[in-house]
Design a protein around this ligand. Structure first.
Ligand code: G3H
Length: 195
């Protein structure tokens, strides 16, 4: 079986400030993750000449991939984070305080809730279809560096998880400082899905 490695981007500057969406670059902590990921990928895929690295079109995933050398990189708009529409750039606290109805509707049905002028999880799942078709066609390993909502949907597809679980799946976060105490191989290995 050929592995598909799914990982979130390294911590972004907006992650540090608790802001959702946006297009910030990675923080210093995110930079460390990028280097560790590059080591891991280069070691793990050193005999896989046809392997490729897929990112979204957002800076935080492109920067996370930037230390990896020796493999082609492809950017997919379909791998971009869920579009938070009018809430883009806000913190969850701000949404709760300034748009309490939106906050509550999302809490009630996170799968179907669509951010005003943005997307729902169902929208994300739908736009991922071409990515999934292309992943299925690959004969070599693929490293997908993307975002939480998108990875939840991809992971659920490959791991055969029910639709309703998708918005709540735990995607390991390479963001917390605590993560550096864990074995990185383990951190990523948990996200390897063989198909
Ligand atoms: O900014 C977007 C988050 O990665 C998605 O997380 O759907 O749990 O709010 P959430």
């Amino acid at each position: 079986p050929r592995p598909i490695l799914l990982t979130r981007h390294g911590e972004s500057r907006d992650n540090v400030r608790g802001r959702i969406g946006g297009d910030s670059g990675v923080s210093d902590t995110g930079e460390i993750y990028a280097k560790k990921l590059a080591n891991f990928v280069e070691k793990r895929l050193k005999n896989e000449r046809a392997a490729s690295i897929w990112t979204s079109t957002l800076q935080r995933t492109i920067m996370t991939a930037s230390s990896i050398v020796g493999f082609p990189k492809i950017q997919w708009r379909a791998l971009d984070e869920i579009n938070a529409g009018v809430c883009d750039g806000m913190t969850y606290e701000e949404i709760k305080k300034n748009m309490p109805e939106e906050y509550e509707s999302r809490k009630k049905d996170k799968l179907r809730y669509r951010y005003p002028r943005g997307e729902s999880y169902l929208d994300v799942i739908q736009r991922l279809e071409p990515v999934i078709i292309e992943l299925e066609r690959q004969r070599a390993p693929v490293v997908v560096i993307s975002h939480q909502a998108v990875l939840r949907a991809l992971y659920a597809y490959f791991a055969d998880r029910p639709l309703k679980e998708i918005p709540h799946i735990e995607i390991l976060v390479p963001l917390a400082r605590l993560a550096w105490d864990l074995d990185l191989e383990l951190l990523i290995a948990q996200l390897i899905v063989a198909i």
